[in-house]
Design a protein around this ligand. Structure first.
Ligand code: ADP
Ligand code: MG
Length: 543
């Protein structure tokens, strides 16, 4: 439909191109809100340790089984623009904090659902948005108030935070084992930046190999190269390794333009080949002279160079990934060299052991026992491939939350305890604000309470009983740690149960949910250009 308006003299003015879809006002809003709520409803059943998994089947028939909100939204193909905003929320939450994506989406869905009720009572969207903003600021204050600082040497608390983050993804004994690995890994790579601790989990390499079981997952004090030692004549094991990290090829460059070389006599041919050999020999000589007994090359290594390296007892791997080279530099303290002429003894990295091992069906080179490595590796093992992928997501969540606590240093009780406390404080606050905003703040409080409610629901508990018990527990002194124990069905002190989460995760989840809800509430006009296949964006005629 082309959108038409008329001038004062009644002349039609065509503003938008033929076929442009448009929906306005209440209808646009209702439609966007609906889309977000549908996404939130679909994700809701995965929340918490007793949440269910989703099985996703790609167009190619690949199967993925997961409980991870971000992973689910990444896989499903959503069309609706408001739903796409939710996908972005999940992505941002995942990248910024690495956990709490399901929470953020449930909150967004609730905030918008409650907003719809207020809109139906003729409360203006701007009023709702400003009420939500005030409520969010108050919620932040509450988080600051009830957040408990964590000593960074308090491994026990860090481990509990990791276990809580993995609760919905890994069951049983393995969880403790993986949590310990996550804490050790993050603590190893922490760096002091001025006053602050910085824990960049990108420095932690994750390698997956099917076979054995989750309990065999191990932390390597160094890096694993998914490569073989390049020549059979080379040593397969070197202790006290001195490692040259080179990002240029040990090959004689072939000219770009194909040149023709006319050779008239056999001696000329020999001279030509000798020249090439001489250059390769020279390269190997430089590696040897620097004192290296291991060479990791980001590019290729010529056959002859391989042979010469082997003769000198130097172990080598080629075509290492750039990201692995950087991690290797951090792990071994070596420097990546562009030009072999620059290679000096002080550029070499060090490792207690470099060894080629067979893991599953593949050979891999372990560069380990590094001294205080600032990059480490987690080798994940599990029987089934689907399990490995979910274990990887679980470890990612665990590493993220431990890093969050190390960087931001505050934790709160999980199991819906924080959200219940925020709800309580917001209801008090709402009466002080009064007016129409009061209703929006109360709606925010109800939305926060959706988290303990959903945890209970997913555990098959009676949500009304739980909410009543939870509210009364929070009225008591120090009631802010009381949450839902989804296994016993009781309302208990979650700190004592070891269900602990970073304040940072909670704060970001509330923030992204408030932002996306506000953004959607402010939209009162949707104008969509025609697409070859315009679905999911209803125009006025469709309604
Ligand atoms: P998200 O993507 O939001 O992190 P999860 O499925 O990981 O979603 O669930 C996280 C929620 O589960 C948090 O509210 C957390 O406090 C809660 N939780 C984790 N472990 C427990 C437990 N043992 N008992 C009750 N709640 C738990
Ligand atoms: Mg989680």
């Amino acid at each position: 439909m082309a959108y038409l308006t008329t001038t004062e003299t009644g002349q039609p003015v065509l503003i938008l191109k033929e076929g442009t879809g448009r929906s306005r006002g209440k209808e646009a809003q209702r439609n966007n809100i609906m889309a977000v709520r549908i996404i939130a409803e679909a994700i809701k059943t995965t929340l918490g340790p007793r949440g269910m998994d989703k099985m996703l089947i790609s167009g190619m028939g690949d199967i993925m089984i997961t409980n991870d909100g971000a992973a689910i939204l990444k896989e499903i193909d959503v069309e609706h623009p408001a739903a796409k905003m939710m996908v972005d929320v999940a992505k941002t939450q995942d990248e910024m904090v690495g956990d709490g994506t399901t929470t953020a989406m449930i909150l967004a869905g609730e905030l918008l659902g409650k907003a719809q009720e207020l809109l139906d009572q003729k409360i203006h969207p701007t009023m709702i948005v400003s009420g939500y903003r005030k409520a969010f600021q108050k919620a932040e204050e509450v988080l600051q108030k009830i957040g408990t600082p964590v000593d960074l040497d308090d491994r026990e608390t860090l481990r509990k935070v990791a276990v809580t983050a993995m609760a919905s993804k890994v069951v049983g004994e393995a969880r403790q084992h993986l949590a310990k690995i996550a804490v050790d890994a993050v603590k190893q790579i922490v760096e002091q930046r001025g006053e602050k601790n910085s824990a960049d989990i990108d420095s932690i390499q994750i390698i997956k190999k099917a076979g054995k079981s989750l309990a065999d997952t191990e932390l390597i004090q160094g890096i694993i190269l998914d490569k073989e030692v390049v020549h059979p004549g080379m040593p397969k094991r070197i202790e006290k390794a001195k490692i040259a990290l080179i990002n240029t090829a040990l090959e004689v460059k072939k000219t770009e333009i194909s040149a023709e070389i006319r050779i008239h006599e056999p001696t000329q041919m020999k001279a030509f080949l000798d020249q090439e050999n001489h250059m390769l020999k020279d390269m190997v000589e430089k590696v040897k002279k620097a004192g290296a007994n291991v060479l990791v090359c980001q590019k290729g290594i010529d056959d002859l160079a391989q042979h010469l390296l082997a003769k000198d007892g130097i172990m080598a791997a080629r075509r290492a990934k750039e990201s692995d080279m950087e991690k290797l530099a951090k792990a071994t303290g070596g420097r990546i060299i562009n030009n072999l002429d620059d290679l000096k003894a002080k550029d070499l990295g060090e490792a207690g052991l470099v060894e080629e091992r067979k893991i599953g069906n593949d050979k891999m080179v372990f560069i380990e026992k590094c001294k205080d490595p600032k990059s480490v590796s987690v080798l994940i093992r599990a029987g089934l491939e689907k399990m490995i992928d979910e274990a990887e997501r679980a470890i990612h969540d665990a590493l993220s939350v431990v890093a969050d606590v190390i960087e931001n240093n505050q934790v709160v009780a999980g199991g819906g305890a924080v959200e219940a406390e925020i709800a309580k404080e917001l209801r008090d606050y709402a009466t002080k604000v009064g007016g129409r905003e009061q209703l929006a703040i109360e709606a925010f409080a109800d939305s926060a309470e959706a988290i303990p409610k959903t945890l209970a629901e997913n555990a098959g508990l009676n949500t009304i009983d739980i909410l009543v018990a939870l509210r009364s527990a929070h009225q008591k002194e120090k009631g802010y740690t009381m949450g839902v124990d989804v296994f016993s069905g009781d309302v208990t002190n979650m700190l004592e149960k070891g269900v602990i989460e970073p304040v940072w995760v909670k704060q970001q989840a509330l923030k992204s949910a408030t932002e996306v809800a506000s953004m959607i509430l402010r939209i009162d006009d949707v104008i969509a250009a025609t697409k070859p296949k315009a679905e999911g964006m209803p125009s006025r005629e469709e309604e």
